[in-house]
Design a protein around this ligand. Structure first.
Ligand SMILES: NC(=O)c1ccc[n+]([C@@H]2O[C@H](COP(=O)([O-])OP(=O)(O)OC[C@H]3O[C@@H](n4cnc5c(N)ncnc54)[C@H](OP(=O)(O)O)[C@@H]3O)[C@@H](O)[C@H]2O)c1
Length: 389
């Protein structure tokens, strides 16, 4: 399949990947030696989704998958170092050039002195992207930074006690991002479980930032179905649409609560954003008990991985059959369930591979096979401590 024309009408750069009829990616088997690869940020990987496959989140139109940036600035859990910034910028550029326009971040991302680093980096990458106007993706031109939907999350810190303080948090995020307006402003978690009186002020803060035009859409995160109904009804009474609900959703996190939340979201026209779709990396197939990631993840993985043999072998079998990777299958499952997955990425390799989760679909039989294997796993992902009912 021909690649779309590159910037300025020149031929698209050669790519070490070829598009499959179904839109997935594969290494070409053709004999001639490939030309030297262009910088990764210039790669374009064929049509991964069509314009009509973009997903509505309130007034916004986003790619069927976004990318998460929790790792960008997080030394403790994700081993971030500032020397990674060039590659992170390549990740951003590569994603954008391939039509991905949703990037998830938060004002709490970044450890210690790096707090806010994920937002700062995203802002820098948006500013420095060189392809505005000239880059035409399969989904139309990338016209301006307005085409990029930055979804940030405002932490419900105990010192954010008034709506004004929450609006100030939004303004600080805008400053770090160097933007006038955010795509989606999300309340990172509900305080219902431990400080219910604080929550109304945070909801009012969301209303205010929407009314002031600081955010184009409003979302929540870590809300269960019951609490979601409450905030949706409150926002609705103030004339503010709730556009998205972000929750941990993957083959390792697909319990009754998640499914009920999805049903509630569907009934209210709220888009479900699936975070940790790769189970923090466990569903990629690259870890086992003798090969654990560095840092605190290893403690969790040591508990969960031993029971995942049949799920991982089911993922591997389906991946092999379809000529995909386990990560691509795990992400595609989230898309098949009607959610927008936002896998975390920190290398160009991650972006390249995860882009291959688009442009094809698991069959209903494959979906049930995966779900049966997932349900049989003795241990699932632990849920976020702030997750409400
Ligand atoms: N709202 C919330 O409370 C909340 C909570 C968590 C996350 N989130 C959002 O959701 C995003 C995604 O979740 P997550 O980062 O927690 O977990 P995830 O997407 O399940 O896993 C991401 C990790 O898996 C590994 N990985 C990604 N693609 C890979 C590939 N193709 N091959 C091999 N390894 C791959 C990478 O880590 P390694 O290479 O180090 O293994 C990557 O950092 C976050 O970045 C964040 O934006 C939100």
């Amino acid at each position: 399949m021909a690649l779309p024309p590159a910037a300025g009408g020149a031929a698209a750069p050669a790519t070490p990947f070829a598009a499959r009829p179904g839109g997935g990616l594969r290494r070409p088997s053709a004999a001639p030696p490939p030309p030297p690869p262009p910088p990764a940020a210039a790669l374009r990987l064929g049509p991964l989704f069509w314009p009509w496959e973009k997903v509505k989140v309130g007034p916004l139109s986003v790619s069927p998958m976004g990318f998460g940036t929790w790792a960008w600035g997080n030394q403790l859990l994700w081993g971030y170092q500032e020397s990674m910034d060039n590659e992170l910028q390549e990740c951003f550029n590569l994603a954008l050039r391939n039509g991905i326009n949703l990037f998830d971040t938060a004002d709490s991302y970044g450890t210690g002195r790096l707090n806010g680093q994920s937002e700062r980096l995203l802002g820098k990458f948006v500013r420095e992207f060189e392809g505005w106007i000239t880059t035409t993706t399969q989904n139309g031109p990338i016209r301006s930074p307005d085409d990029v939907v930055i979804a940030t999350k405002f932490a419900a810190y105990p010192w954010r006690l008034t709506s004004g303080q929450f609006v100030s948090a939004c303004k600080s995020s805008l400053e770090r991002l160097q933007l006038d307006r955010l795509g989606i402003g999300q309340l990172h978690w509900s305080t219902a479980n431990y400080a219910p009186l604080q929550e109304r002020a945070l909801w009012d803060g969301l209303v205010e930032m929407y009314e002031k035009g600081l955010v184009r859409a409003v979302g929540v995160s870590n809300y269960g179905p019951k609490q979601l109904l409450k905030i949706q009804s409150y926002l609705d009474s103030k004339g503010v649409p709730l556009s998205s609900a972000q929750v941990q959703f993957s083959l390792l996190s697909m319990g009754e609560e998640q499914m009920e939340l999805k049903t509630v979201c569907d009934s209210l026209g709220i888009r479900l954003i699936a975070y940790s779709p790769l189970g923090l990396g466990m569903l990629t197939g690259k870890y086992d008990v003798s090969n654990l990631p560095k840092g605190p993840r290893s403690v969790l993985f040591r508990q969960i991985l031993p029971g995942l043999e049949s799920l991982l072998s089911c993922l591997r079998k389906i991946a092999d059959k379809k000529g995909k990777t386990m990560s691509q299958v795990a992400i595609n499952w989230c898309i098949c369930k009607g959610t927008i997955p936002i896998p975390g990425v920190k290398t160009v390799r991650h972006v390249e591979e995860n882009l291959g989760a688009l442009g094809w679909r698991l069959s209903p039989d494959e979906i049930s096979e995966l779900e049966s294997a997932a349900m049989a796993a003795p241990k699932k992902m632990i849920q976020n401590v702030f997750q409400t009912a």
